[in-house]
Design a protein around this ligand. Structure first.
Ligand SMILES: *Cc1c(COP(=O)(O)O)cnc(C)c1O
Length: 381
């Protein structure tokens, strides 16, 4: 049986060059970057080299980069780190209804601690409106946090416009760019954004490492206390191998951006074309935005069949897809993203997320379309 992985938005395989780099660091550069001996100095050089490399690729200053344990920690640090310094009580935050749970649940926690949060809605294509955000701004609004590109339907948000609006009102702006890196053009200095979250394992890097980019001058209180690492913004011995692997993954993602996008677009078109051929245009609907979308994420509803039935049948054919985000797919809850898009009941209950990676081929897309055709035919009987 074939084995086809179409869940790269949940996690992606480590690129061989990343693994090789990590192996080298784990076995030969194992010092603690805070130690004063030669091993420590060597480790410190390595961390600082990786930091310089990532900063250059992301378009920020090296001292703006805070290494974290991944996207979730970066989101938490961005939100709590700014709010706590400003005093939580009576402050107002604006976010959207379709954020990753790392942002949504953090905002819910803020509410428990005396903050006010507005969750702006999205349209049926998953996009927030800048006017809606403008209307939500109050005198006590201190932070706007809106993701760059959505992990379930791929919709890309008007980040530049939101950032300009925020800054015109003296409000900080954070974006979760975990899914956008390696798919969209990212330059921290070219966008009016104060805080950016990134994660390595969505771009063929290792799990458990990521970064928060904090623009110079942005107030940020630490969440972890201990050593003086990351300029006191995130205590803890540096994840040396993770950082080195992350640097390699960012390099591959940023330098190979055009080829990656072209590859994803080809896969996407092949799968959609294959489905048209196998089951007909009327048997499925693509969820998301027709213009502003990340090509590696393709969310499709097959209204005749429930999400869990199709996922299970695909899994039996060796094809791994998802119902939504990894966190919600364990349970069979309906995705908060699709719900916020106010899709009809049978579209909500039949949505599948296919997310592509470097190793996928157009043949795999044709095969997947064929298998979906077979499954649908079998179930119709
Ligand atoms: C995966 C993901 C995260 C969480 O990142 P981790 O490194 O897994 O903690 C946050 N935001 C988005 C949009 C994601 O896709």
């Amino acid at each position: 049986m074939k084995s086809i992985y179409l869940d790269h938005a949940a996690s992606s395989p480590v690129h061989p060059e990343v693994a090789e780099e990590m192996m080298r660091v784990m076995t030969s550069q194992y010092g603690n970057a805070s130690s004063v001996h030669s091993y420590g100095r060597e480790a410190k050089r390595k961390v600082s080299g990786s930091r310089d490399e990532i900063a250059a690729l992301l378009g920020c200053f090296p001292d703006e980069l805070v290494f974290t344990a991944g996207g979730t920690e970066s989101d938490n640090l961005a939100i709590f780190g700014t709010l706590e310094g400003l005093g939580l009580q009576g402050k107002h935050v604006i976010t959207s209804a379709i954020e990753h749970h790392a942002v949504l649940h953090t905002c819910e926690e803020l509410e428990k601690r005396g903050c006010e949060v507005t969750y702006v809605p999205v349209d049926s294509e998953g996009r927030v409106s800048v006017e809606e955000i403008a209307r939500a701004i109050q005198g006590n609004t201190v932070l706007i946090t809106i993701m760059f590109g959505n992990n379930e339907v791929g919709t890309v948000q008007p980040i530049r416009e939101i950032g300009e609006l925020a800054h015109s009102k003296g409000i900080l702006f954070h974006t979760d760019a975990v899914q956008a890196l390696g798919s969209e053009f990212i330059s921290c200095k070219e966008f009016p954004v104060d805080l950016w979250s990134f994660s390595a394992h969505k771009i063929n890097g290792p799990q458990g490492i990521g970064a928060l980019v904090v623009k110079r001058g942005t107030p940020l209180s630490p969440r972890l206390f201990g050593g003086l690492q990351e300029k006191k913004r995130r205590a803890g011995t540096e994840n040396m191998a993770g950082i080195a692997g992350f640097a390699k993954a960012v390099q591959l993602a940023v330098q190979g951006l055009d080829e990656r996008r072209a590859h994803y677009i080809k896969l996407r078109e092949t799968l959609i074309e294959g489905l048209r051929h196998e089951i007909g245009q009327d048997a499925f609907v693509v969820n998301g935005h027709p213009e502003f979308y990340m090509p590696q994420i393709l969310n499709i509803s097959f209204p005749e069949i429930s999400t869990e039935t199709l996922l299970m049948n695909l899994d039996m054919e060796g094809i791994a897809a998802a119902s939504g985000s990894a966190c919600t797919s364990g349970s069979l809850e309906i995705s908060h993203v699709l719900q916020a898009m106010k899709l009809s009941e049978n579209v909500l209950r039949s949505a599948i997320r296919f997310s592509f990676g470097l190793g996928n081929t157009t043949q795999e897309m044709e095969y997947t379309a064929q298998k979906i055709g077979t499954i649908l035919k079998r179930l119709r009987k």
